[in-house]
Design a protein around this ligand. Sequence first.
Ligand SMILES: Nc1ncnc2c1ncn2[C@@H]1O[C@H](COP(=O)(O)OP(=O)(O)OP(=O)(O)O)[C@@H](O)[C@H]1O
Ligand SMILES: [Mg+2]
Length: 175
Amino acid sequence: MVALTLASPAQTRRFARVLAPLLQPPALVTIEGDLGTGKTTLVRAIMRARGVRGAVTSPSFTLAQSYRGRYGEALHHLDLYRLSRGADADLFAWDDYLATDAVTFVEWPAAGSEALPAACVRLELLHRTPRSRSARLHASVAFEQAAAEGAAAEGIQVDEPVTDGPAAAVPPGAS
Ligand SMILES: Nc1ncnc2c1ncn2[C@@H]1O[C@H](COP(=O)(O)OP(=O)(O)OP(=O)(O)O)[C@@H](O)[C@H]1O
Ligand SMILES: [Mg+2]
């Protein structure tokens, strides 16, 4: 886990630009956090950094928005806040958003917990002050290290570069 402080919306966008090139399809990225913690702000900036032009709107009413990145990769942005578990979730076209050439971002992933595979990157955003947010990133050790280094290089405060993933427990050369 890596913990960071995003001191302003601009820092959230800067963190997004650090994450954007680290994500390769297929990838599922979940973003959890209370209302207004900056989930859409972060995903929108990732889309921009991956070459999406034109409007990147919040999918809070449409449930899903799809884009293409500059390498032709599919980029999906889901917001499951209004999707209820059960019948609603059963009818949702999950497969359309989980192709092998896609990077898929999911705000409010709880309603998809039975349908979605394990996320390779899990982000949690928390309110800290009116302008700042705490972020927690759970990913592979290599991803966490790259994200923490990239964030620090961008002037983002890294509070806790703790690598607690399973790979961290494997001594070098053990495999
Ligand atoms: N450090 C910060 N990072 C991101 N957003 C911030 C920050 N500080 C203040 N904000 C403000 O908080 C709001 C975040 O809105 P955003 O739509 O990104 O949140 P969200 O988590 O997607 O909300 P929802 O749960 O409704 O989808 C914006 O108005 C933004 O300007
Ligand atoms: Mg949102």
